[in-house]
Design a protein around this ligand. Structure first.
Ligand code: SF4
Ligand code: SF4
Length: 375
């Protein structure tokens, strides 16, 4: 197992994510605890020492299952991470109650790593609102040793991350972002890593395979990569890409069965970062895959022409994300922070924007399609 240094700890570069554990009868609420326990035993045996769960995974059952599975191992042999569920605004006044419950569910007396979960457009104001006392409470838990390391995960855009870091950056010890070779440019992950570097905050990675989207590639792209590293499997390329980024410390992979776990463990037996040529080739493969996304350059020429005052470039960015992912939660979540009259459905189809768009994007049609997709 490859390890990375973090302060005085040696963390396995591969962490086990507990958001897609094996389930019974295809029911996401019913974790197959025997299978999950077997996976944890195997991972522990292979030197994986980082386990990541959250209040909301598997409708609250992930923390319970991980508590049971890890309880069979000495407490000091693993690092456990969970998160404050601020993706649901109704949780904001309940930090103490939730934190206590999480310790109980996980059968531990402290968390090695604790995160503000999913800092994004929808909850940034609430996270910064001191009247909830979340930050203060978590800092107190850090002082009394019930949280060993405090960090945050972010699905928001760069501006949201900047706001969060301006407020709390000096106390954040790590940050978990969606990072893979597609999102390097597509979701601005490169700029996010650079921002975190300014704060000296190491990066934890989620969605290294973009929900499985880059676990397989079309034949042509696969052949290009095979030409460079014949022995490397396609999912391994995603991990080798991450091993090439010095800020990346832990890569979390949400594994659903033993086979995936074994594959990932095999990949992380070696540290094999990409050389310059391999990196260039991989990023151009990613570029090709992202072809077809709307070529909005965020020049903002259109926005002053919109009678509805829509933030067209931001909506197009969300549209790209939503279409490429084939749905998902990121766009709906970001739109929750936007008033209804600024949603794609507010477009009246006047096409004033299209008259000035240098990229000739058919904005009115996109807004109509986006509104449909969001229904
Ligand atoms: S077509 Fe829609 S987005 Fe474009 S200017 Fe008119 S209302 Fe705004
Ligand atoms: S004018 Fe076109 S390219 Fe510029 S922000 Fe608007 S949609 Fe994007």
């Amino acid at each position: 197992m490859v390890y990375r240094e973090f302060q005085d700890l040696k963390l396995s570069a591969l962490g086990m994510g507990a958001m897609r554990l094996p389930v019974l009868d295809g029911d996401d609420n019913r974790i197959d605890e025997a299978a999950a326990g077997e996976m944890v035993d195997y991972a522990m045996g292979q030197g994986v020492n980082y386990y990541d769960t959250a209040w909301g995974y598997h409708s609250g059952n992930s923390e319970l299952a991980m508590g049971k599975a890890l309880n069979r191992h000495p407490r000091e042999s693993f690092y456990l991470a969970t998160k404050f569920p601020g993706y649901d605004l109704s949780n904001m006044p309940k930090v103490k109650e939730i934190f206590e419950k999480q310790l109980e569910k996980c059968q531990v007396s402290y968390f090695d790593f604790y995160l503000f979960h999913n800092v994004c457009e929808m909850n940034i104001d609430a996270y910064l609102d001191q009247s909830y006392g979340i930050y203060q409470y978590l800092m107190e838990q850090k002082e009394n040793g019930r949280i060993r390391h405090l960090g945050f995960s972010a699905h928001g855009n760069l501006d949201v991350m900047k706001r969060f870091l301006e407020a709390y950056g000096k106390d954040m010890e790590f940050c978990q972002i969606q990072l893979n070779y597609l999102d390097w440019t597509f979701q601005d992950a490169k700029a996010k890593v650079e921002l975190l570097r300014e704060y000296n905050i190491p990066v934890w990675v989620m969605e290294p395979l973009r929900g499985g989207k880059i676990a397989r590639l079309p034949e042509k792209e696969e052949a290009i990569l095979k030409g460079l590293r014949p022995e490397e499997g396609i999912p391994a390329w995603a991990f080798r890409f991450l091993q090439s980024i010095p800020e990346v410390t832990v890569v979390l992979s949400g594994m659903s069965d033993m086979e995936q776990l074994k594959d990932n463990v095999r990949t992380f037996e070696k540290d094999l970062p990409l050389n310059e040529k391999e990196m260039e080739t991989l990023l151009s493969v990613a570029d090709g895959m992202l072809n077809g996304r709307l070529p909005c350059t965020a020049c903002h020429y259109c926005t002053s022409h919109c009678p509805q005052g829509l933030d067209i470039p931001s909506l197009l960015e969300l549209y790209n994300e939503h279409s490429f992912t084939g749905g998902g939660f990121i766009a709906p979540m970001a739109l929750m922070a936007t008033p209804k009259e600024k949603h794609p459905s507010a477009c009246v189809g006047c096409r004033s924007c299209e008259a000035v768009c240098p990229q000739q994007i058919k904005i009115s049609e996109v807004m109509k399609d986006f509104a449909e997709k969001l229904k």
